[in-house]
Design a protein around this ligand. Structure first.
Ligand code: C5P
Length: 205
């Protein structure tokens, strides 16, 4: 069984995907981390993220980078959204994600294009969303808890910019698959969101 979980930043898709993976005993891939690793590598190598050849050169990263907590920062998230718009960057990460999805026994993947590009035949597809203000509040609280002095206005502006870039790029934009079920977490607790996600998956399998 393949479960595809897509949605914008701070919608709750990662939390839901991890909980689904635990519930069904499936391996989980946070595909955003791959783009974040490319972004961190661009930064480390002092390359230009807006130049496709530079971003492609940064795709050859060491897997140990995926465990680096700095990948979780908002700055790297924004940079990831710049490098991920390059078709050759997406092409370079495509097979790795497809292989993960196709492993025997199934998998849960979360990202922006799982239901549309990576696993269009997934048994269950969820598109997780929440209002920009609520997503900004969540992300702000998370960043503050890690000691970041960032303001909520800046977080909201970053979220809006990232939404716009991710949903308007020509290659694999953030759009719901035709057969995706919507899950709005704006006014749901984590537990209620996860239960709703399980109900959706159960109704699809
Ligand atoms: O999900 P996360 O916020 O970690 O993703 C960081 C960025 O990576 C996103 O803003 C998006 O631009 C890009 N991404 C993508 N396709 C995916 C996952 C993430 O383009 N499947």
């Amino acid at each position: 069984m393949i479960i595809a979980v897509d949605g914008p930043a701070a919608s709750g898709k990662g939390t839901i995907a991890r909980a689904l993976a635990r519930h069904y005993g499936l391996p989980h891939l946070d595909t955003g981390l791959l783009y974040r690793a490319v972004a961190a590598n661009v930064q480390r190598l002092e390359l230009d993220p807006s130049v496709e050849a530079d971003a492609v050169a940064a795709c050859d990263f060491d897997d140990s980078l995926l465990d680096d907590p700095m990948l979780r920062s908002d700055a790297i998230g924004s940079l990831a959204s710049v490098v991920s718009a390059h078709p050759l960057v997406r092409a370079s990460l495509l097979q790795r994600q497809k292989r993960f999805a196709q492993q025997p026994g199934g998998a849960v993947l979360d990202g922006r294009d799982i239901g549309t590009v990576i696993a269009p035949n997934a048994e269950a597809k969820l598109f997780v969303r929440a209002t920009p203000n609520i997503r900004a509040k969540r992300r702000h609280a998370e960043l503050r808890s890690h000691g970041s002095p960032i303001s909520i206005d800046k977080v909201l502006a970053d979220i809006r910019a990232r939404d716009l870039r991710d949903s308007t790029r020509s290659n694999a934009p953030l759009v719901p698959a035709n057969d995706a079920a919507f899950l709005d977490t704006s006014f749901l607790s984590i537990e209620a969101s996860v239960q709703r996600a399980i109900d959706i998956v159960e109704s699809r399998i």
